[in-house]
Design a protein around this ligand. Structure first.
Ligand SMILES: NC(=O)c1ccc[n+]([C@@H]2O[C@H](COP(=O)([O-])OP(=O)(O)OC[C@H]3O[C@@H](n4cnc5c(N)ncnc54)[C@H](OP(=O)(O)O)[C@@H]3O)[C@@H](O)[C@H]2O)c1
Length: 253
């Protein structure tokens, strides 16, 4: 199962699973999820699309019930759905930020709870949590987004350790900026990041899939430059990283 798979990284991850013979349940909030299912079926596996709003408790529960009713053991769960939000904190709408927190944090915890309780009695299962390189640095002008992804990274590493020896594994994928609709949807087209060249989503999805299958605790998604940036982020002072990100993420007039 993969959340947020109408397009972007979720759909690319679904293709990785399809190429490896998995049938896949996918969720999205728009009718595009049904088009995604057609794309997946064309790769020779079954796709089970479901439209549900991951920002709402009932939406998360609804997709989980849909997956449960398929009555098949879940081999792998990709908690991918997430949204961004650009702009100065003093000017962005609180409602948008609370919605982001609902999807990126509450929704991830909610679905992880259902998935873990399903996988543990089976004694097997793989969970991929899509975080971000933003988890390794402050993200001014995306001041709520970055912390929501830091939550995902720490949550994944914590859960992984708790589940050690149970047969259920947890991996975090931390992509750098990637060529999906993400930045546009976040209102960041006019920022330096929004208009810069990005990582190939096919490469990032492949790296996430392979890290999940080889039971790595986490993987940076992207090219060598992205991986190098993540390494440097370990020792670069937070204030330096914050200033750099502010320049890249600030919206231009
Ligand atoms: N792209 C990047 O640069 C980047 C970098 C690091 C991490 N990430 C992470 O990667 C993940 C996927 O992002 P992406 O780049 O693929 O973004 P995207 O192109 O905007 O795709 C988002 C996906 O989530 C679905 N979605 C959005 N809101 C939803 C909701 N309320 N309920 C259910 N589904 C919803 C969308 O489907 P519908 O349109 O049908 O709702 C779509 O399939 C996110 O967690 C993001 O934080 C992305």
């Amino acid at each position: 199962m993969i959340t947020g798979a109408s397009s972007g990284l979720g759909l690319e991850l679904a293709k990785q699973f399809a190429h490896n013979g998995y049938d896949i349940a996918i969720s999205g909030s728009s009718d595009r999820i049904f088009e995604a299912a057609t794309i997946i079926r064309d790769l020779g596996v079954e796709a089970y699309p479901h439209k549900a709003d991951a920002a709402k408790y009932d939406g998360v529960e609804d997709f989980w019930n849909f997956v449960s009713e398929l009555n098949r053991p879940i081999e792998a769960a990709v908690l991918n759905v997430g949204i961004g939000l650009g702009g100065a904190f003093a000017e962005t709408d609180l409602e948008d930020e609370l919605r982001l927190i609902s999807i990126n944090i509450s929704g991830t915890v909610h679905m992880a709870k259902r998935v873990v309780k399903h996988m543990l009695p089976n004694g097997r299962g793989k969970i991929l949590i899509v975080s971000s390189i933003s988890a390794t640095q402050p993200t001014p002008y995306e001041t709520v987004y970055g912390p929501s992804k830091a939550f995902g990274f720490s949550f994944a590493e914590s859960l992984r350790e708790e589940l050690r020896g149970t047969g259920v594994t947890v991996t975090a994928l931390l992509p750098g900026a990637t060529d999906t609709n993400f930045h546009s949807n976040a209102g960041m087209d006019s920022s330096e990041i929004g208009s810069s060249e990005k990582n190939d989503k096919v490469l990032v999805a492949k790296q996430g899939y392979e890290a999940l299958m080889s039971d790595e605790d986490h993987v940076i998604g992207g090219d060598e430059e992205t991986k190098q940036k993540a390494i440097e982020n370990r020792t670069t002072p937070e204030t330096v990283k914050a200033a750099r990100h502010a320049k890249q993420a600030r919206l231009q007039d």
